[in-house]
Design a protein around this ligand. Structure first.
Ligand code: SF4
Length: 289
C-alpha cells in the first residue's frame, strides 16, 4: 500500500505510524465524556484505532497508539463493530478516534451498512495532523470535524509529538473544516484547545490565529484535562498538570478574542483523579469512562 494519507507521506506500509495492511482497533464503545453535541443522550460511538500519525510523549493511549496493541480486523469484522455501535449500543454517531491510517478500510466497512439503511454521522476525531487532500478525498467520513490545534510552534510539535510542520497542517485542516461547515448543511467543526503545561502561550496563539484567520464563531473546546502519562512522567514541563494561572490565561484569552460558542472545562478537570487514562482501559468492546 502506497500510503500518503497523513502529512508524513511515507509512501509505504508499514510507515512511520506502524499501521499495516489491515485496520487495527483497540477498543470501541459508547463514550459519555465528549463535547455535549457529540455525546448527546446515548453517547458517542468511539472506535479507538491502533497506531497514530503523531507520537506524543504525553499520550494517554500509549498501549495502542505507540505500542500498537489491538486486533487486526477483516472488513466484515470492522463492519460488525459499526453495526453493533449503531444497533446494540444505539450511539449518536460513529466517533473515529485517530482514523487517518485506516480511512480506506472505514469507508469500505460502512458500505454494507449504508445499503441496509444504517447510517450515523461520522466524527473525525483528530490531532489535526492531517492533509487537506486526504480530508477532501474522505470527506464523506467527516460530518463533525473534531480537530485539535495543539501547538503554535513547530519546534514544540517536533519535541513533544515528533510532528514536523504540525502548525501548517493543523491550521489548514481547521480552515478546510470551517469552510466546509459553511457550505455543507450537515458538516460542522469543533476546535479543541488542550492546554499543555509550560505551553499555555501556544494555546493563546492558536486562539488568536483562529479568531483572526478563521472566525471567532468557531466552537472551541478549551480543555484543562492534561494529565502526565507515558514518557511525560520524566520530561519536564510535561510531567505536571497545568497550573490554574496557566489555564486562566487561556480562558481569559478565549473571552478576549470573542469566542462565545463552545465549552470551557473547569480547572478541576486538571485533577489527575478525573483523568480518562487509556493506559487503564481494556481492549475490545465496552463503555468508555
Ligand atoms: S498514515 Fe502512517 S503510513 Fe500513512 S503516511 Fe501517515 S505515518 Fe505514513
Amino acid at each position: 500500500m502506497n500510503c500518503e494519507l497523513c502529512p508524513r507521506r511515507c509512501g509505504k506500509r508499514p510507515g512511520y505510524c506502524g499501521a499495516g495492511e489491515r485496520p487495527r482497533v483497540f477498543r470501541w464503545g459508547p463514550h459519555f465524556g465528549e463535547e455535549p453535541p457529540i455525546t448527546g443522550e446515548r453517547g458517542s460511538g468511539c472506535v479507538f484505532f491502533s497506531r497514530c500519525t503523531m507520537k506524543c510523549l504525553y499520550c494517554q493511549n500509549s498501549p495502542w497508539s505507540w505500542k500498537g496493541e489491538g486486533k487486526d480486523l477483516t472488513t466484515p469484522e470492522l463492519t460488525a463493530i459499526f453495526r453493533d455501535l449503531a444497533i446494540k449500543d444505539k450511539v449518536e454517531n460513529w466517533n473515529l478516534v485517530s482514523p487517518t491510517p485506516y480511512l480506506p478500510f472505514v469507508r469500505e466497512a460502512v458500505q454494507p451498512l449504508f445499503a441496509e439503511g444504517i447510517r450515523l454521522p461520522f466524527v473525525w476525531n483528530s490531532s489535526g495532523y492531517e492533509r487537506v487532500e486526504t480530508l477532501e478525498e474522505y470527506k464523506d467520513l467527516c460530518d463533525i470535524a473534531l480537530f485539535d490545534l495543539r501547538y503554535s510552534r513547530n519546534t514544540t510539535a517536533v519535541a513533544a509529538s515528533q510532528a514536523p510542520n504540525y502548525v501548517e497542517a493543523s491550521r489548514a485542516a481547521v480552515k478546510w473544516a470551517y469552510s466546509r461547515s459553511l457550505n455543507t448543511p450537515h458538516a460542522s467543526l469543533i476546535a479543541r484547545i488542550l492546554v499543555l503545561p509550560g505551553h499555555a502561550d501556544e494555546a493563546i496563539e492558536n486562539l488568536a490565529w483562529l479568531a483572526t484567520e478563521v472566525s471567532n464563531e468557531v466552537p472551541v473546546s478549551v480543555m484543562a484535562q492534561y494529565t502526565p502519562a507515558y514518557k511525560a512522567l520524566e520530561t519536564p514541563p510535561y510531567d505536571r498538570a497545568v497550573t490554574e494561572e496557566e489555564y486562566e490565561s487561556v480562558t481569559e484569552a478565549a473571552a478576549d478574542f470573542g469566542f462565545e460558542n463552545g465549552w470551557i472545562q473547569g480547572y478541576e478537570a486538571s485533577d489527575p483523579k478525573l483523568a480518562l487514562l487509556g493506559e487503564n482501559m481494556s481492549a475490545d468492546h465496552g463503555t468508555v469512562s
